[in-house]
Design a binder for this molecule. Structure first.
Ligand code: GCO
Ligand code: MG
Length: 412
């Protein structure tokens, strides 16, 4: 059989999503997530103008060959736009193969290595009381691991504090629990690393005192520290036994992690903005990280992320796949099937999608006792309702960005 049709669907129920839908000549369909937050339409063009014409008439069974062809024949390798586009093809072809086999995808990937996936949610607050409320709310929802972000005294709006994104819309109108906001220009936030470093250890001390020693706690530094600042923070957080400190330094400077590692035993996670195994190669081999944060959607698909995680396994490094709401339900399903099947699963990020998103994407995953499971429907277990998707046309939206008090642009 061959690929008959490949459609690129853009929809914005609670936020923008780009989905590739492949249909084979025997009428089987597969979905792939190609969402690149804030730069969505670049991937739409890459797919529609350059990839879809190459897929028509191709053999849908040849997943690895198709991946290699799209990656190598472009000549211009890597980069988020290219790799999100290739990822969507890879996911859709795995979806089709598993549907044809009549199995949930995790069975084709080797079968389940566990009963479910430990997932963490995002607690946040502008101050300690609101942070504690948010942690309690997450515990009530069943989360067994929690990311902690708080406001910093003196700073108005900073990364990861939900109340600000909620303030952008409120209710179901909000931009889906996540900092990107609809609008023609990115919103400006402020930043002061010294104020943050003074504040954060006290926050973790308070959270540990309130919630005890067992709860796995995570924190995202969002690329904002210099190497020596990250080293200092990692060291100061050691008494609070973090599950991980994420993106402590800018992702481009991999040598930074050597310096951080020399100073702290706080586990490190990195890679949500990485695109290929080459971005992970050295930091895995040198054992500079503990968790691979790659997303199926941004790493070129299930095939390359599985290879990267198998390589990581040789160094006892585990998965910590990216799962904010800008990973669509299709990308999340792909992460769940992969996570369930590999041996070195660590944790899965899980931010719940909004109601309208769940109507556009019909999903079969389950969330019970703090564990995710992709479900047992054949394929990825996600179907796209085209009529629902059509109700929500694309709307321009951007992630915010940071400036320091003197006006200098800073990593967000
Ligand atoms: C995370 C991330 C996200 C990103 C977002 C950007 O750890 O979940 O840092 O919140 O900011 O995915 O598109
Ligand atoms: Mg992050």
């Amino acid at each position: 059989m061959t690929i008959d049709k490949a459609e690129v669907i853009v929809t914005s129920p609670n936020r923008n999503f780009v989905t590739l839908k492949i249909t084979t000549s025997d009428g089987v369909t597969g979905l792939g997530d190609a969402t690149l937050n804030g730069r969505e339409l670049a991937v739409v063009s890459y797919l529609r103008d350059h990839v879809v014409p190459l897929l028509i008439g191709a053999d849908e069974n040849r997943i690895e060959d198709t991946w290699q062809f799209l990656y190598r024949s472009a000549y211009w390798r890597r980069g988020p736009v290219t790799m999100a586009a290739i990822a969507s093809v890879d996911m859709a072809l795995w979806d089709i193969k598993a549907k044809k086999a009549g199995m949930p995808l995790y069975q084709l990937l080797g079968g389940a290595s566990r009963t479910g996936l430990l997932a963490y949610g995002h607690a946040s607050g502008t101050d300690l009381p609101s942070l504690f409320d948010s942690v309690r709310d997450h515990l009530e929802q069943g989360y067994r691991a929690i990311r902690i972000q708080t406001g910093v005294p003196g700073l108005n709006a900073i990364y990861g504090i939900a109340s600000q994104s909620a303030a952008a819309g409120g209710g179901d109108e909000r931009y889906d629990h996540e900092p990107a906001r609809r609008g023609a220009k990115p919103v400006e936030e402020d930043w002061d690393t010294r104020a943050y470093l003074r504040h954060l250890p006290g926050v973790f001390e308070a959270v540990r005192n309130e919630f005890g020693p067992e709860l796995p706690l995570l924190h995202d530094g969002h690329h904002r520290m210099t190497p020596i600042q990250a080293a200092k923070l990692g060291k100061e957080l050691e008494p609070y036994d973090l599950f991980w400190l994420e993106d402590c330094t800018p992702a481009e400077n991999q040598e930074a992690l050597r310096l951080v590692r020399q100073h702290t035993t706080t586990p490190l996670a990195i890679g949500e903005i990485f695109n290929t195994v080459w971005d992970f190669k050295d930091i895995i081999r040198e054992q500079l990280i503990d968790y691979v944060r790659g997303a199926v959607t941004h790493m070129g698909g299930i095939s390359p992320l599985k290879k990267t995680l198998e390589y990581a396994a040789m160094y006892q490094i585990k998965s910590g796949m990216h799962g904010p709401t800008d990973i669509s339900p299709v990308g999340m399903a792909a992460a769940m099937h992969l996570g369930l099947s590999i041996h070195n699963f660590g944790i899965q990020e899980y931010m719940k999608h909004g109601e309208r998103t769940n109507q556009v994407f019909q999903q079969s995953f389950t969330w019970q006792n703090g564990l995710l499971h992709p479900g047992d429907a054949p394929g990825l277990g996600v179907e796209l309702d085209l009529d629902e998707a059509g109700k929500y046309p694309y709307e321009q939206a951007y992630l915010p960005y940071n400036r320091l008090a003197d006006g200098t642009v800073h990593d967000w």
